[in-house]
Write a protein that binds this ligand. Structure first.
Ligand SMILES: Cc1cc2nc3c(=O)[nH]c(=O)nc-3n(C[C@H](O)[C@H](O)[C@H](O)COP(=O)(O)OP(=O)(O)OC[C@H]3O[C@@H](n4cnc5c(N)ncnc54)[C@H](O)[C@@H]3O)c2cc1C
Length: 411
């Protein structure tokens, strides 16, 4: 079949490879002008061990403190509050114990397949050199805070996720540069990648080498007719015809889905980062600074500190005072780090759904249009497994993962 993929971010690119594997003809449509697309600037974690939705007790516990601090880990710009209200209401509803349990089960179902799917995809393309198997470390400033979140560790263990609790001495021997932490947990099976932008660039190059086409245009509408799907693009009356379409345009998928009868509660959690010269942090593996709202990653291209959640929509300018605040907080843990060096600063748009589950499934209007967006904090982690589920949907096959929790019609 001729398949058009709207969006060539990490979700669209991995989908392209899975569809090429199945023998389809693939056209990627993407204007290629989105500097804020999270595909390129994310933290590079394959965090399949993460099972908690954002609407979790951890977030609610920290929320009052965070909201008091305008540069803290989570902010809502006041002018954006009225627009965000429906999303927030759904976020509150997603926070009930029953809904959290359901979200956790659905996150786990897809995350359990995340790393095997990445391994299979990277091996088939000879790109395994992008994978770094150093584990991921979570650290807490205070032991009491660690104890408060301990039930999550029990749940992870119950699910067969490797969890190693470390004391202060073990932490110091694992990451000597790290100070002011009282507790830590190592997830030995979690991974990171060399650099997210480089991985995306290799995936794109190889998709084109395998025969995929790229049309550099913005899709304005996806219009199913009886015989084919018509894809209307910007430019001089440009249109493309396909048998089936995948919409994988991250946060920008919302208007396209709405035109197809699916008003999805998709909003952006804007995230920030700064990338310092390689080796600046003196850390050997990715670290989650629990309760602080940021993580660090030793990428091949530099040491990245990133995170924060800012609700401010797509139009507001980045507020890099937020990045500076994050760097200042990091400095408390890394006293030897020279924070005054030049660093690349970036802001990007996570495509987020209130229940922290992506949308993977057919559109309401026509099952020849398949959605794959809304991966929030986990888009890199879940990209390869999503691509297999998308290929199953396109081929009309039943997937190994039950797709009901990710349906576009669940809202
Ligand atoms: C600071 C930060 C750190 C993160 N860290 C991690 C991490 O460590 N691990 C992890 O798993 N996830 C992480 N994420 C989340 C992850 O990056 C995203 O979930 C993921 O990149 C989403 O990919 P995507 O392909 O859906 O969307 P995008 O990256 O937004 O790509 C969408 C593509 O669609 C194109 N497009 C838009 N509109 C149109 C249109 N109308 N027509 C055609 N094309 C269009 C855009 O140009 C773009 O190329 C992080 C995110 C942020 C912001």
């Amino acid at each position: 079949m001729q398949i058009a993929i709207v969006g060539a971010g990490i979700i669209g690119l991995t989908a392209a490879h899975s569809l090429l594997d199945r023998g389809h003809e693939v056209t990627l449509v993407d204007p290629g002008d989105q500097a804020a697309r999270p595909t390129d600037g994310n933290a590079g974690w394959i965090a399949h061990t993460d099972i908690m939705p954002l609407a979790s007790p951890k977030v609610w516990r920290n929320l009052p403190n965070w909201l008091m601090d305008p540069l803290g880990p989570l902010t809502i710009r006041p002018a954006y509050l009225p627009v965000l209200m429906p999303w927030l209401m759904r976020f509150v509803l997603a926070s009930s114990p029953l809904r959290i349990k359901a979200s956790m089960a659905a996150i786990r179902a897809i995350n359990a397949e995340a790393l095997p799917s990445w391994n299979a995809l990277l091996s088939s393309l000879d790109l395994n050199t992008h994978l770094r198997e150093k584990g991921i470390l979570s650290v807490w400033r205070q032991h009491e805070a660690f104890l408060r979140g301990k039930d999550v560790l029990d749940r992870q263990r119950d699910l067969g996720i490797g969890v190693e609790v470390l004391d202060r001495r073990e932490l110091a021997s694992l990451e000597p540069a790290l100070h002011n932490v009282e507790a830590g947990v190592l997830y030995p099976d979690a991974c990171h990648i060399s650099d997210p932008a480089n991985l995306a660039s290799d995936l794109r190059r190889l998709a084109l080498e395998r025969g995929a086409q790229h049309v550099p245009a913005r899709v304005l509408a996806v219009e199913p007719t009886e015989e084919v799907i018509r894809i209307r693009m910007d430019g001089d009356d440009k249109a493309l015809i396909a048998d089936k379409v995948v919409i994988a345009a991250g946060i920008w998928s919302r208007p396209l889905a709405k035109m197809l009868g699916d008003p999805i509660p998709l909003d952006t959690e804007r995230g920030y980062n700064a990338t310092y010269p390689k080796g600046s942090f003196g850390l050997d593996r990715p670290i989650m600074f629990e309760g602080e709202g940021f993580v660090t990653t030793p990428l091949d291209t530099g040491d990245r500190v990133g995170g924060a959640v800012e609700f401010a929509g797509l139009e507001a300018k980045p507020n890099h005072a937020r990045t500076s605040a994050m760097i200042a907080r990091l400095k408390r843990f890394l006293p030897d780090f020279d924070a005054g060096q030049d660093a690349r600063r970036w802001m990007g748009f996570r495509p987020s759904i209130p229940d922290s589950l992506p949308v993977i499934g057919p559109s309401r209007r026509d099952d020849r249009v398949v959605y794959a967006f809304g991966h929030g904090h986990h888009g890199l982690t879940q990209a390869a497994v999503t691509s297999r589920l998308v290929a199953d949907l396109i081929d009309g096959m039943t997937s190994e993962v039950d797709l009901k929790p990710y349906s576009a019609q669940r809202f």
